[in-house]
Design a protein around this ligand. Sequence first.
Ligand code: COA
Length: 152
Amino acid sequence: MVELELWAESDPTKYWDLLLLADPSEVLVQEYLTDGKLYAASWDGVTVGVFVLVPVEDTLWELKNIAVSPEWQGKGVGKALLTEAIGTARGLSAECLEVGTGNSSINQLAYYQKAGFRLDRIAKNYFTLNYDEPIFENGIQCRDMVFLKMDL
Ligand code: COA
């Protein structure tokens, strides 16, 4: 049973490896960290993951980044961390939470839907327009951003 301890972080320096796991663009991560809130989580005293929540409008927030250290993946930490992110967004008075992931991110599409997110819309060519290097996952080029949403 995963039991996470969560805290808000003002300094992202220690968490770059984790943040870049979820989003390879340091420029974009820097940009959303200016408005966003960074949280880190530990399990048994070891830092295992991070997430970033960014306000979009009124009661809508976006989960901009969520990552678990590679050695801790596949053990239920991501599921517990996503539950924490949803609870934290509720605590920030969000009524709706959205998250975007790549068309090629098959695992993440499963991960978010298992947590209750529903498919919402597609930002066509988001990755080809905003990222310098082409991204491939599961043999598919990552071109479009697929947004999922959850009412809180
Ligand atoms: N197909 C179906 N379900 C999958 C899956 C796949 N390929 N990969 C993971 N899942 C499911 C698990 O089965 C589990 O569901 P369950 O509880 O019903 O079994 C759920 O996703 C969460 O698994 P968990 O072990 O808690 O996830 P994790 O600790 O590996 O964390 C990520 C998931 C995505 C946060 C982690 O893999 C990660 O940090 N990846 C790199 C960063 C990243 O891609 N972030 C998201 C950017 S959009």
